[in-house]
Write a protein of this length. Structure first.
Length: 338
């Protein structure tokens, strides 16, 4: 996988996982001293189809030692992949982010002491990205690993160990509820305001936007807005016979907590019934068992198939600058079965 003027080779990462012939995550390293971002972008262009295919097959691809130092370099690598931009401002995510370029923004701005639990990006909304990319501009002094979990492996384990729970998830789907503040709350991992989340300025426009999305809603104290999704899928069949636990169940059940939100009220099955608490705890335990922790080095880039891999963030000490980008907007919906 070489391009003139740059040498890229397969790499081994500590604690890489192997199962059923798959290496998670797969990795490549730049072996050329003083390589340029232009030559690296050319290599990505030349190997674009293979990189995307490997990200889907293995869940994630890590690029290490590439000559990326800033948001603009990361943007150049993303552009070389030729995948449609999914602007964050068009998303329904509840996390506070700050754009650095048109398609590059900060990862979740939640305080460093918060443990961001496993989730598929935006699986709790009707629109989500197929791809998510991360770039380490500056690694934390301590901690701050990005956790990755193969959701197809998690689904397989849950189907064996909690079959009724998986059956309920597939049959009933999930609904999510959260309270959005009137103004951005940077002290919360889910502090994006309802104005920014919905892309509106007035209450009337917010209500219309939620009606269009088939959400229910309630205005509460201090101008906050509670929004509840329609039923959404909890499981995705990404290819024939390959299913993933595609949702935000773990994050919502265990981590959607701030001054406005209580995890106990954050998630239900699509028919309104409560989740099996023991099965959820088992899902959390298995996801931790399957976790790969990406300990960032400055310049690292991760390409993740969001339909296959969950991610999270460990707490950290010091300054951590990890940037993100979303690509190829997708939609999903769910119909309850009887």
């Amino acid at each position: 996988m070489n391009t003139p003027s740059i040498n890229i080779t397969a790499a081994t990462l500590e604690n890489q996982q192997k199962q059923s012939g798959s290496t998670f995550p797969t990795a490549y390293a730049c072996q050329t001293p003083n390589a340029t971002i232009t030559s690296a972008a050319h290599w990505v262009t030349d190997n674009r189809d293979n990189l995307l295919q490997q990200a889907t097959s293995h869940g994630a691809v890590i690029l290490r030692g590439f000559p990326a130092q800033a948001a603009e370099d990361f943007d150049a690598i993303i552009t070389a992949l030729d995948i449609p931009n999914f602007p964050y401002k068009q998303s329904l995510s509840n996390a506070v982010r700050v754009n650095r370029t048109e398609r590059v923004f900060t990862a979740n701005e939640a305080p460093p002491g918060i443990d961001i639990l496993f989730h598929h990006e935006m699986a709790q909304t009707p629109i989500f990205p197929e791809w998510i990319l991360f770039f380490c501009e500056q690694a934390a002094d301590q901690g701050g690993a990005t956790q990755l979990c193969r959701s197809d492996w998690l689904y397989q384990r849950l189907a064996q160990e909690c079959p009724q729970f998986i059956q309920d998830c597939e049959k009933k789907g999930l609904t999510y509820s959260n309270v959005m503040p009137a103004e951005p709350d940077t002290q919360s991992g889910m502090g994006r305001s309802w104005r920014d989340t919905l892309g509106v300025e007035t209450r009337q426009a917010a209500e219309q936007r939620l009606d269009d999305l088939n959400y229910s809603h309630q205005w509460i104290d201090d101008g906050c807005l509670r929004a509840t999704t329609p039923p959404l899928p909890a499981v995705m069949e990404v290819s024939p016979g390959r299913k993933t636990f595609f949702n935000q169940l773990i994050a919502a059940y265990g981590g959607w907590k701030d001054s406005r939100n209580d995890p106990a009220d954050a998630i239900r099955h699509g028919d309104g019934s409560r989740l099996d608490a023991d099965a959820v705890r088992q899902a959390i335990a298995i996801s931790e068992e399957l976790s790969f922790e990406a300990h960032w080095q400055a310049g690292d880039i991760a390409l993740i198939d969001n339909t296959v891999v969950m991610h999270g963030r460990r707490p950290f000490v010091g300054t951590r600058k990890v940037l993100a980008s979303l690509a190829n907007m997708q939609t999903h919906a769910f119909e309850l079965t009887t």
